[in-house]
Design a protein around this ligand. Structure first.
Ligand code: BG6
Length: 488
């Protein structure tokens, strides 16, 4: 009889995750070009998410945002100055006990314009030093190749992922970093949350597509996504052909929806949503589009070419492991289906059984077990949870932050993971999102904090920048030290 584990395996990777564009700062230093996230504005005090909304990204707006006289606020340009503080910050994360850190390489540090002949040596040098420092601390890097950091020039000149030429630029970038860091970085992710595509024409950060082009916008969006799948497969192909010790995985945003009632219509609506949420996983982990997507394409007059060559590339170059971000769940009723049965959650009702974070994300540790079961049943691949966490307001009291809710969030989600492992699910790692406070992806605010280390800085970038351990630091440290045995 097969024996199952009773707790976390010794090799379990307790980790923390962040993205270059949300913390490095130095957005125009040492040859780096501007990237998509560098033109994300913060509407201070509004607490609103903008990443799914690409309406403002025309050529003129971007030029205005890049003009040095523009007085809007772009916090991702300064991040938490990690570019200069990474040694001190990593030392703190080592003290926390992290065994692995997931970060991204900012594409625009390596190829400032995307179409450059040769890579920017100064950009590579920064990551040489960063990974060296991690390894010297005994922290294993896991690296995302693309986390909303497409060089802006690719949007302006090529229309981002809408253009197949972008695949070649990504392929070259992926080969550059795989060549440079093989033997140092063994676990890679091609695209962050590849399925976070948004309504309408989709997210600018994700696709880099400019507004105002003619034609069926859904076709443009889904063909752009198709180009990203191909780019991901090209990177996997290159990695596998050249380096035997490199594993390349994929990453999805999993925010499953439950039916709002047991009315079969609501159950079907929720299922429709969830199937669309997972289909990117099928393309990248199984190597083919599931049939229901073609029905959706036909109903929405979405038409783009998938050639035999494309099919072969996808089929032969699938992911080595599956990763996902998980923050919350939603509930869904028949009338909530939005943009062709997908992102329409804006008007969905709240789940009466769950508490909401201040940003209205429903806190649901059971939903993590539900998600892990679904992923493992569907893909049978090793799993890493590469983002999970609670974005909250924090206040300094007696020189620290008593972030009880964040600790509880962590503890309850660790319990859910342990349960999954006991069921035989091949879960190999957990990465808390933003173990040190960073700029929010969605709203570009600093006040939406995830960290176990507080950074004394406000939405405008003012403050002493001092790093202060919060109460949750001790909680995660104890969980890691005991390998998930001492949770509460
Ligand atoms: C994920 C992203 O969407 O969620 C991260 O991969 C992001 O970049 C995280 O920071 C949390 O979202 P937010 O908007 O609260 O920062």
């Amino acid at each position: 009889m097969k024996e199952l584990l009773n707790g976390f395996p010794e090799s379990f990777l307790w980790g923390g995750a962040f993205a270059a564009n949300q913390m490095e700062g130095a957005w125009d230093k040492d040859g780096k070009g501007p990237c998509a996230s560098d033109v994300n504005i913060c509407n201070v005090g509004k607490h609103e998410s903008h990443v799914l909304d690409n309406r403002k990204f025309t050529k003129e707006t971007i030029e205005n945002y890049l003009n040095k006289d523009c007085d809007l606020i772009f916090p991702k340009r300064w991040g938490i100055d990690f570019y200069h503080t990474y040694k001190e910050d990593l030392a703190l994360l080592k003290e926390l006990g992290l065994k692995s850190i997931r970060t991204s390489i900012n594409w625009s540090r390596i190829y400032p314009n995307g179409d450059d002949e040769t890579p920017n040596e100064d950009g590579l040098k920064f990551y040489d030093d960063l990974f060296d420092e991690m390894l010297s601390l005994g922290i294993e890097p896991m690296v995302t190749m693309s986390h909303y950091e497409m060089p802006l020039n690719i949007s302006l000149k090529y229309d981002g992922w809408a253009n197949r030429e972008t695949i070649q630029m990504f392929k070259k970038y992926a080969a550059t970093i795989l060549d440079r860091y093989h033997g140092i970085v063994k676990k890679w992710i091609t695209f962050n949350q590849i399925n976070l595509i948004g309504a309408g024409e989709g997210s600018f950060n994700h696709f880099g597509i400019l507004q105002g082009k003619q034609g069926n916008h859904l076709s443009r969006k889904y063909s752009a996504l198709h180009n990203m799948y191909l780019a991901s497969s090209e990177a996997i192909k290159y990695g596998h052909e050249h380096y035997h010790d490199v594993e390349i995985g994929i990453m999805l945003l999993l925010e499953p929806v439950y039916p709002a009632t047991c009315n079969p219509k609501d159950v079907l609506a929720a299922q429709t949503y969830n199937r669309m949420m997972y289909y990117s996983g099928d393309v990248m982990a199984k190597g083919y589009y599931p049939e229901y997507v073609f029905k959706y394409f036909a109903e929405n007059e979405i038409d783009f070419e998938i050639s035999d060559e494309d099919e072969k590339l996808l089929k032969n170059n699938t992911a080595d492991f599956f990763t996902f971000s998980y923050y919350a769940t939603e509930i869904f009723a028949e009338n909530n289906l939005g943009d062709g049965g997908y992102y329409g959650v804006g008007n969905a009702p709240a789940n009466q059984y769950l508490k909401l974070s201040p940003w209205k994300w429903a806190i649901d540790p059971d939903g993590l077990l539900y998600t892990l079961r679904t992923v493992y049943d569907r893909y049978r691949l090793p799993i890493y949870i590469t983002e999970n966490g609670l974005g909250n307001f924090d206040t300094l009291e007696d020189g620290t932050v008593h972030d009880v809710e964040r600790s509880k969030y962590l503890q309850d989600h660790v319990v859910a993971m342990k349960e999954a492992i006991k069921e035989g699910i091949d879960l190999r790692g957990y990465y808390w999102w933003g173990p040190i406070d960073i700029i929010s992806c969605g709203s570009s605010e600093m006040c939406k904090r995830y960290g176990m280390v507080y950074v004394d800085q406000d939405d405008y970038g003012n403050g002493s920048k001092r790093r202060i351990k919060k109460d949750s630091f001790n909680v995660y440290q104890r969980i890691i030290e005991s390998n998930g045995e001492k949770i509460y």
